[in-house]
Design a protein around this ligand. Structure first.
Ligand code: NKO
Length: 199
């Protein structure tokens, strides 16, 4: 029981680390919350700081999700604990202990979680995201559709019910976090992705 609680705490704390904000300020002296979409995620780092910074923030946020599930796999290897660790990492990223419970949208961290839980579906989810972003240039659209695909693929692959339930919850959470993006998509005012623009 103690190990379950420790894994949960560690996952929330890991998720809470605001990589985009910390590294943006530390290395590039830029507060991502003041530019572009005002989000602290990899997309806004790419948009505001450039491709390298965007990729770095993606990798660090991805690792938060992957590490959280990895910790559960080692110290409390039950499907339910693994998905709770994943959810807590995503929630930590979006409702960070260090940012007055504000934060990002949970996409890169979510990909880190599903990479551990369901490697092959996560690769498909990533490829679908990539295709949508390359064709439409709307990252938010790719993220919402890719997230919605997670519970469907989990179910189709026959993963434990807890994984599919995780997929439903995580997808709903991520889509809700994209509310402002969805409004902009419907108005035709959503930003198309291009690297290194500070506006
Ligand atoms: O700045 O509001 P913005 O335009 O930045 O950003 C919208 C964007 C926010 O997300 C990010 C992270 C981008 C990471 C890209 C690689 C991940 C692609 C895989 C997506 C599928 C994840 C679903 C996980 C569900 C559990 O959307």
């Amino acid at each position: 029981m103690a190990s379950v609680l420790l894994v949960c705490l560690a996952s929330y704390l890991l998720g809470s680390i605001p990589n985009g904000l910390v590294f943006g300020k530390l290395i590039w002296h830029v507060d991502l919350r003041e530019y572009g979409s005002h989000n602290i995620g990899a997309t806004n780092a790419w948009r505001t700081l450039g491709k390298g910074p965007g990729f770095l923030i993606f990798l660090l946020d991805f690792l938060k999700g992957a590490l959280s599930v990895g910790l559960a796999e080692v110290f409390a290897p039950l499907p339910l604990v693994m998905v709770i660790a994943g959810i807590l990492a995503i929630v930590g990223h979006s409702c960070s202990l260090f940012l007055h419970f504000k934060g990002g949208k949970g996409v890169a961290t979510g990909l880190g979680v599903i990479a551990m839980l369901m490697p092959l579906p996560s690769l498909i989810v990533f490829l679908v995201w990539l295709a949508i972003v390359m064709v439409t240039k709307y990252v938010s659209l790719g993220s919402c559709i890719a997230a919605a695909l997670v519970p469907i693929l989990s179910y189709a692959w026959g993963y434990p019910g807890a994984y599919t339930a995780f997929g439903v919850l995580a997808a709903a959470f991520i889509i809700i976090r994209h509310k402002a993006n969805i409004v902009r998509l419907m108005n035709g005012t959503e930003n198309k992705i291009h690297a290194g623009h500070r506006d």
